[in-house]
Design a binder for this molecule. Structure first.
Ligand code: HXC
Length: 257
């Protein structure tokens, strides 16, 4: 499929989505959201793809939702069009997804990064939810995901003041998994994704589902789901292979990867 606002390519078992709207610092227009979702869904259902990396440019992961596109929209229009719902759909993709973030990750850019399963940040990354300066609030999940990621005090400060957080603070706060030099960001993210893509894809999807349940449920419910999910792993050939390989002191050759 040809896209005009992103690049989508497969490298080995990793699907790479590159936001490609440099003249607007990858501002996330509605059309761009649709392209991202289409590419991610195509990778999701492809057994040859075991992990997805989403990245932007060195200067900007994404500087937010497209302000110029939204500026004149009415409340009713947005309600009828179900504006931003494309991002809810993206969050439903089951394949593990890493955001490789360099430069600005502001507003919707920060929110998109948080929709991914974890963030690897370049040392020049800047995260923020500056919507309040525009007279609005986060609209792609930021008020919820940022609070869950870094806690109320820091999230509240960022959402109320629009303050931007650098990579080191973001790592310290638990927003990002790791910080790497900007020159090696993509290489590092692709290598990490390749590790995940070397696992059994259905089992990796199951692991993602289990961790995500921690956001949505009580401890008792979450542990109950985890128990159901690990028992379902035992229905896969890959569990038999993984445990046999350990016993036989060899590398596992997973069927579903
Ligand atoms: C549309 C954008 C944009 C955006 C940048 N551009 N961000 N266009 N929507 N979110 C455009 C600029 O208009 C400009 O186009 C070009 O990209 C380069 O940007 P500059 O501002 O010239 O670059 P620079 O001086 O380096 O400043 C970078 C920046 C600044 C600090 C990131 O662009 C900025 O503050 N952007 C907006 C950040 C923001 O508020 N994001 C949250 C959006 S709201 P031209 O054509 O002029 O060259 C959101 C949530 C929405 O995401 C949910 C609630 C409704």
């Amino acid at each position: 499929t040809a896209y005009s606002l992103i690049l989508a390519e497969q490298r080995g078992r990793v699907g790479l989505i590159t936001l490609n709207r440099p003249d607007a610092l990858n501002a996330l227009s509605d059309a761009m959201g649709r392209e991202i979702l289409a590419a991610a869904r195509a990778f999701d259902v492809d057994p040859g793809v075991g992990a997805i990396v989403i990245t932007g440019s060195t200067r900007a992961f994404a500087a937010g939702a497209d302000i110029k596109e939204m500026a004149q929209k009415s409340s009713v229009e947005m309600y009828q069009l179900d504006w931003f719902s494309v991002w809810d759909s993206l969050a439903k993709v089951r394949t593990p997804m890493i955001a490789a973030v360099a430069g600005h990750a502001l507003g919707g850019g920060c929110e998109l990064a948080m929709i991914a399963d974890f963030i690897i940040a370049a040392d020049n990354a800047k995260f923020g939810q500056p919507e309040i300066k525009l007279g609005v609030i986060p609209g792609m999940g930021g008020s919820q995901r940022l609070t869950r990621a870094i806690g109320k005090a820091k999230a509240m400060e960022m959402v109320l003041t629009g303050r931007v957080m650098g990579a080191a603070e973001a790592e310290q706060a638990g927003l990002v998994a790791r910080v790497v030099p900007v020159e090696s960001l993509l290489e590092d993210a692709m290598a990490t994704a390749a590790v995940i893509a070397g696992m059994s894809k259905p089992v990796a999807m199951t692991a993602k589902e289990a961790v995500n349940a921690a956001y949505e449920s009580t401890l008792t419910e979450g542990v109950r789901l985890e128990r159901r999910l690990i028992f379902s792993c035992f229905a896969t050939e890959d569990q038999k292979e993984g445990m046999a390989a350990f016993t036989e002191k060899r590398a596992a050759e997973f069927k579903h990867r």
